[in-house]
Design a protein around this ligand. Structure first.
Ligand code: NIG
Ligand code: FE
Length: 427
């Protein structure tokens, strides 16, 4: 038997937690993290070439170097499939207003919230936006993220939305994480169209989305086979189901991957519409009905829940993650990092909240930020699990038991990481 040549053998892990597919994981499969006790992994050219029990991998591989995992757990790099990482300024003032009793929706209806951040974002150059976001991205990576989706949505005019995309491209060029861009021009109605929301939807559909698609076609993202997402906030004070449908259908016609902020506060019927429009994921889902959970379960779309958001509001209304799993939905978790509803930079913290308030098992939470989050981005064929042929985005934990990731609270950094091996060597 000929040996497999490898650049690196990672040997002597207490556990290799594969999160192996088939992707996405649904129902009982979500509770299986694919733990190989005493495992090893071999990597060549940034790709996984062997994984299994250590004795077996050692016998099959000829490696140029070996890393002793020292009896710690090795897991796939984490994937944050829903963030708003790029924005100007902050909303610490609104944080204080909420503590004093104002609600997020009240602040939004009074012209704060997303519009507050829009004003601060419109004033910033692409360079300034990227340099404000860079430390946040590095913190996410320090907390285990190796792929991060980033949305626009604080420009809300053609020029400012393209500037946000340019900032996202600058962040991608840092090589800290794989970045997946999404255009969320329909985040809320900007002041110029205050009395004419349909006029703004016309602008999004006729001008902003085509310009974003053209930008993407010429970008490094297209060259790497990473699609541009199109997202819309379907909610009272934002966009109706009919308006959201126009946005997603226009994006899909341009080849963009539809996603939706849906049922955050109100169930308006957006899930059914988004699934018909070919949504890759439906996100938030705090107010989703059992009938819509069943629709999600019968669909190929990921159900992305964002518990840092309710936690940040001090709410008890978390998405019914258990109900979604029981309905067969492809559950994923993300930070939803943004300056208003979820100033959270840690997927392990999100896992910790989901385990405690949504009663997910640690294995379910881990699959939800790896293989199923990859599915939510349409990238499950290349990332999200430790399987032969996948990119070697790997995390070596400080602990021997992967459950420590959700179990330990407030470690510094929040994840118990000693080594982050991110080998992004593909084009
Ligand atoms: O996912 N709900 C809509 N959008 C974001 C919040 C954006 C903001 O408050 O700035 C969310 O929660
Ligand atoms: Fe969001």
């Amino acid at each position: 038997m000929s040996l497999i040549d490898a650049d690196l053998l990672i040997d002597n892990a207490s556990q290799v937690v594969t999160c192996a597919g088939p992707a996405p994981k649904r129902g009982a499969a979500l509770a299986d993290a694919g733990v190989i006790p005493g495992g090893a992994v071999a990597v060549a050219g940034g790709v996984i070439v062997a994984v299994g029990p250590a004795a077996d991998v050692r016998a099959r591989v000829r490696a140029r170097a070996t890393l002793d995992a020292g009896g710690r757990a090795l897991i796939p790099g984490l994937i944050d499939c829903h963030t708003h990482l790029v924005y100007g300024g902050d909303r610490a003032g609104e944080f204080e207003l909420r503590i004093r009793g104002a609600s997020y929706v009240e602040i939004m209806a009074a012209g704060g919230g997303i519009l507050n951040t829009m004003r601060q974002t419109r004033e910033a150059s692409a360079e300034a936006l990227a340099s404000q976001a860079e430390p946040r991205l590095r913190e996410m990576a320090a907390n285990g993220a190796t792929t991060v989706e980033i949305k626009t949505g604080y420009g809300l005019d053609l020029e400012s939305e393209l500037r946000m995309l340019a900032a996202i491209a600058r962040l991608a060029a840092l090589g800290v994480c794989e970045i997946v861009p999404t255009v969320l021009a329909a985040h809320t109605v900007p002041p110029e169209f205050k009395d004419d929301p349909d006029g703004y939807v016309d602008e999004v559909v006729s001008h902003i989305l085509p310009a974003a698609a053209a930008w993407h076609a010429a970008s490094r993202f297209a060259a790497r086979g990473i699609r541009l997402g199109v997202d819309v906030f379907c909610e009272n004070h934002a966009f109706t189901v009919a308006q959201s449908q126009r946005v997603l259908e226009a994006g899909a016609r341009l080849g963009l991957a539809p996603k939706i902020h849906v049922d955050q506060f109100t169930s308006l019927g957006g899930v059914e519409m988004a699934l018909a429009a070919g949504a890759l994921s439906c996100d938030h889902l705090e107010a989703t009905t059992p009938a819509d959970a069943a629709r999600l379960g019968a669909s190929g779309a990921a159900a992305v829940v964002l518990p840092a958001c309710a936690f940040n509001f001090g709410n008890t209304q978390f998405a019914d993650a258990r109900g979604l799993v029981n309905a067969g939905a492809a559950l994923a978790l993300a930070t939803d990092h943004n300056p208003g509803s979820a100033p959270c930079l840690s997927l392990p913290l999100v896992m910790a909240i989901a385990c405690r308030y949504q009663r997910l098992l640690p294995a379910e939470a881990l699959n939800a930020v790896t293989i199923n989050a990859a599915h939510a981005l349409g990238l499950a064929d290349r990332i999200g699990s430790i399987e032969v042929g996948k990119r070697a985005d790997l995390l070596l934990l400080k602990a021997a038991d992967y459950r420590s990731l959700a179990y330990v609270l407030g470690d510094d950094p929040l994840i118990t990481l000693v080594t982050l091996i991110t080998l992004i060597t593909l084009p």
